[in-house]
Design a protein around this ligand. Structure first.
Ligand code: GTP
Ligand code: MG
Length: 214
């Protein structure tokens, strides 16, 4: 899938707000500081002039941010004429940041549950896990919640550039096992060097197409 155009489309700060349109959506979920905003910038090709705000201070993204993407992908029929896909990538606020002010932590749950349980055309969720730590108790709670919603989920293991190759060989199967999935169901990802970008874009394209084919 090739990205053609991207723009910030709007934000949702309260559960009673609506997304800035009715396009199909894929959301990114994960602990604060796991690399959600960095991953979005990388896969939409905005590493120099970032669209999603990235910060070394956890808890930067406190609203749900919507990015409108127009992409081109090979047509399902394989007729050679590329098909245009238009959708939102959705940056969810991170969880598990112990130092977050109480009011902020109180707002997170209704906002996230309101959005994930809402009547929007949400096709799936990419759950990010820090490859060095593996899933935390908060991650397990989130994964359980996601599986109860019945939404398709993908796993991206972030910051894989921080592992040496022998650590990587040990860590990838370990993290997959603690997530309860096969090794080929996780995407090792680095927003620093772009590893995993193609894989993730292909998986996102598949999520976006699944319902169109029905
Ligand atoms: P919140 O908005 O607080 O929920 O955080 P986030 O998940 O959006 O994380 P963000 O993308 O802001 O990244 C947090 C920090 O991790 C920043 O300092 C990034 O530069 C760094 N970071 C993110 N992804 C990677 C990666 O793949 N490799 C390395 N080395 N650093 C990364
Ligand atoms: Mg962020």
């Amino acid at each position: 899938m090739k990205i053609k155009r991207v723009e910030f489309a709007g934000a949702m700060g309260r559960p009673d707000q609506l997304p800035p349109g009715t396009l199909p959506q894929v959301a990114f979920s994960g602990r604060s500081n796991v690399g959600k905003s960095s991953l979005i910038n990388r896969i939409i090709g905005r590493t120099r002039t970032q669209l999603a705000r990235v910060s070394a201070t956890p808890g930067k993204t406190q609203e749900i941010n919507f990015y409108r993407i127009v992409s081109e992908a090979a047509s399902v029929q394989g007729g050679g004429i590329p098909e245009e896909l238009e959708f939102f990538l959705v940056d969810l606020p991170g969880y598990g940041f112990a130092k977050a002010p109480v009011e902020q932590r109180m707002k997170w749950r209704p906002l996230i549950e309101g959005y994930l349980g809402g009547p929007h055309d949400l096709r799936g969720v990419v759950q990010l896990i820090d490859v060095r730590q593996g899933p935390t108790p908060d991650d397990h709670r989130m994964i359980q919640y996601l599986s109860a919603t019945g939404l398709p989920a993908l796993f991206a293991l972030t910051k894989v550039d921080k592992l040496k190759s022998n650590e990587r060989e040990r860590q990838l199967p370990k993290v997959a096992a603690s997530l309860g999935v096969e090794i080929d169901q996780v995407v090792p990802f680095s927003s620093l060097n772009g590893e995993g970008t193609e894989d993730l874009l292909d998986s996102i394209a598949a999520l976006l197409r699944e319902e169109d084919d029905e």
